[in-house]
Write a protein that binds this ligand. Structure first.
Ligand code: MN
Ligand code: MN
Length: 466
């Protein structure tokens, strides 16, 4: 090894460089990263909707002794509980012995809804020998990506008598799948001239569900009747039950490793279960912490965090109020002194689309979990813009715990932009900054992350809550 020159030493000391985790990792570390991703992939396959991900998270926390909490229940120091919020969002929390008025609560807030195709309330029809379901897309989808791929039907239907029926078709290898037709290239000359954004319209995202006519010469809509009769036999439902239902089409793909070296993972719904899983496991693996810790898995982030299960709902502050009251603390002071990592994904630099990124300020793959001081669009519009002090607080913790992480913002100025739940939590006077995994092909039916970045996110959350 040659000695470093003074200039090289100075450069190492004074300049900011992203560090590739795989480049620095020992074989043992790489094994730990790969092993951790197995649990994550199972979590992905177990929960493809917010309801299923909530259930999967409940199974994980219950296995470690967390018990269900309902608003109004008694709370005491040492409690390990979870609030199942209408089955669509979750807060798992540990009440620590430290004074929450002085130390605040440590909050990890991710979301478990992902872009998908929801069924309309009167979805079923047939045309030209094929049965279909009408959809209304949920979240920011590139519509052309959803044609000609295997889809699975997930959700619940509430019957006339109030019974709730769980539906899941297309995940088992023996299940049929569902499908959206696309145009053959031979007749696609005109379609090929259309911009990507309009070549496939929302009203053409119709789900192919069958082709077998009901065996009765006298009735019309025979293929639709076959479908309804199968659903009635299997679930006891009628067409009217679609009106009181939440049914979604999601990609039928399982989470899979990518590449010869298996360093990356392809899956549906990394955004944002890739932060939910590290948040839950960080809480469970640090359940002896003296801090009070809350892990939020929110719903409706992809459509603006509205409604009772979204982060604009009062359920987070209601729970903080309940904990504060139970411990005889001033809630306003507790919130003021709390800290929140808004745990959501960011765009990963992609050399295939280099012109929309500003490389110095983009998250690079395998360089670790990514902090975004601000999000937003058109001059930081819609961002809560975390303080330099808050960024400094986390920077210090990560350095002390050898977490390799990076800073990044979502693309070039005025190319677009995006937001997370950070602003809604910050609006409650809880200091909040974004941190999460960089994603390639975000919002596509099959998204890509690096196992190293998933593990780095887990390490960062552990450093925060331990
Ligand atoms: Mn997200
Ligand atoms: Mn998203």
């Amino acid at each position: 090894m040659s000695e470093k020159t003074i200039g090289q030493e100075m450069l190492d000391k004074l300049s900011y460089k992203r560090r590739n985790i795989y480049e620095e990792a020992t074989p043992e570390k790489i094994k730990a990263i790969y092993d951790y991703s197995e649990g994550y992939k199972k979590f992905l396959d177990d929960g493809k909707t917010e309801r299923e991900a909530t259930e999967a998270a409940i199974a994980l926390v219950e296995a470690k002794g967390f018990t269900e909490y309902k608003l109004g229940d008694k709370i005491s120091v040492g409690d390990k509980r979870y609030l199942n919020h209408h089955g669509r969002s979750l807060i798992a929390f540990k009440v620590g012995e430290k004074d929450i008025e002085r130390e605040g609560i440590k909050i990890l807030a991710s979301h478990v809804d992902s872009p998908r195709l929801d069924l309309k309330q009167v979805p079923m029809y047939e045309d030209s020998g094929m049965g279909f379901l009408k959809t209304h897309y949920y979240g920011g989808v590139k519509k052309y990506q959803w044609t000609a791929i295997p889809l699975a039907l997930h959700g619940v239907m509430v019957k006339a008598d109030g019974e709730v029926v769980n539906v899941c078709i297309g995940e088992d290898d023996n299940d049929p799948i569902f499908y959206i037709n696309d145009l053959l290239p031979h007749l696609g000359a005109k379609q090929a001239q259309e911009p990507l954004g309009t070549a496939i319209s929302g009203e053409t995202l119709n789900i192919l569900i069958g082709g077998l006519p009901y065996d009765d010469k006298e009735v019309s809509d025979k293929i639709k009747l076959t479908a309804l009769s199968i659903l009635n036999e299997k679930y006891g439902v009628t067409e009217e039950d679609f009106i009181s239902a939440e049914l979604s089409l999601v990609p039928a793909f399982k989470a899979r490793d990518i590449g010869f070296d298996r360093a990356l993972i392809a899956a549906y719904g990394h955004d944002d279960r890739v932060c939910s899983y590290p948040a839950i496991t960080a809480l469970l693996d640090n359940a002896d912490t003296k801090d009070t810790v809350m892990v939020v898995l929110a719903d409706k982030e992809e459509v603006g965090s509205m409604g009772i299960s979204g982060m604009q709902s009062a359920f987070l502050v209601d729970l903080i109020a309940e904990i504060s009251k139970a411990l005889g603390k001033n809630e306003a002071v507790v919130r003021n002194n709390s800290k929140c990592l808004s745990a959501d994904v960011t765009a990963c630099y992609d050399p295939n689309f280099a012109d929309v990124y500003e490389k110095r300020n983009s998250a690079m793959i395998s360089c670790g979990t990514t902090m975004s001081k601000y999000t937003g669009a058109r001059g930081k519009s819609g961002t809560s813009d975390a303080s330099a002090e808050l960024v400094g607080y986390f920077r210090k913790i990560f350095a002390e715990n050898d977490v390799i992480w990076q800073t990044g913002e979502l693309g070039k100025i005025d190319m677009g932009g995006g937001g997370t739940v950070a602003m809604y939590i910050a609006n409650q006077n809880i200091p909040t900054v974004d941190l999460g995994v960089p994603v390639i092909s975000m919002h596509a039916p099959y998204e890509v992350v690096s196992k190293a970045d998933v593990y780095s996110t887990y390490e960062a959350f552990c450093a925060f809550v331990k």
